[in-house]
Design a protein around this ligand. Structure first.
Ligand code: XBP
Ligand code: MG
Length: 253
């Protein structure tokens, strides 16, 4: 029986990576670096989870000689980037993706626990969710596991294993929601059936291990273009999730 939902943040709760990319570029300019991450370059750099890790990876490719001893500089650039990102998304300027707010409400009304498992910086989650879900948004989640929770980032399963510990549930009792190949790899490695809603940045990723891949989760006001087998509506609700989850358990047994 389905006992909890676990949500990724960037790309899943909201389509945030354009805001992240703009924040990185603004931070590079403020730090006096002549770096600029285009959409095409950033799409490739997203293979590296974690903003600091992404900067370090890029620096090693463009300036291997000086990149080695710049942990402090990277942390300083990333702190500037986080400030720019918070400015961009706070106050509800970046909407949640279709179906997210509705599913969070449905889960709360049904007493179904939900959790967050993200690679991103804790401050980013608060900046994104404070307006749409209220300043006490953390109370809606049985566990919030973020970039500060575990050392290893996705595709390692660590942050999902932390969420399962926070929920006190086995992996097979949950469904994870992700947008990327790294995220699917992390949730799958933790043993969690996963539904994927890609964004433009992850549209070309491979999702062969996913339970289901959908353009988004849909809403009555923004239904999916196609009917989904097993769903009563053209949007994903708890009844459909429970049916699909039973189907997965049947395959697994
Ligand atoms: C996506 C990430 C994050 C963001 C940038 O996280 O990999 O690194 O791209 O945020 P998610 P930071 O697991 O939510 O998809 O700069 O704070 O890392
Ligand atoms: Mg993501």
């Amino acid at each position: 029986m389905l006992q909890a939902l676990i949500f990724d943040v960037d790309g899943t709760l909201a389509d945030t990576e354009s805001a992240h990319r703009a924040a990185f570029n603004a931070a590079f300019a403020e730090a006096g670096l002549d770096w600029h991450w285009s959409e095409a370059l950033y799409t490739r750099l997203l293979d590296v989870a974690g903003g600091k890790e992404r900067i370090a990876h890029y620096w090693r490719t463009v300036d291997p000689l000086h990149a080695a001893r710049n942990g402090e500089t990277i942390a300083r650039i990333h702190a500037i980037k986080t400030r720019f990102y918070e400015e961009q998304v706070s106050g509800g300027r970046l909407p949640l993706r279709p179906g997210i707010e509705r599913l969070i409400t449905e889960a709360a009304e049904a007493g179904l626990p939900i959790a967050i498992a993200t690679t991103t910086t804790p401050a980013n989650v608060d900046a994104l969710l404070r307006a749409p879900l209220g300043r006490n948004w953390r109370r809606l989640f049985a566990a919030v596991c973020d970039g500060g929770t575990t050392q290893r980032k996705k595709p390692a399963p660590d942050v999902y294993l932390a969420a399962l510990r926070g929920l006190g549930l086995p992996a097979y009792a949950c469904i994870a929601f992700e947008d990327s190949e790294n995220g699917l790899a992390a949730a799958s490695a933790a043993g969690i059936p996963t539904i994927i809603t890609p964004t433009a940045y992850t549209a070309l990723h491979s999702f062969s291990d996913a339970m289901l891949v959908l353009p988004h989760l849909g809403d009555p006001a923004q239904p999916l273009a196609q009917r989904i087998p097993g769903a009563d509506h053209r949007w994903v609700d708890l009844a459909a999730l429970a049916r699909w989850h039973e189907g997965t358990l049947f395959e697994a047994s």
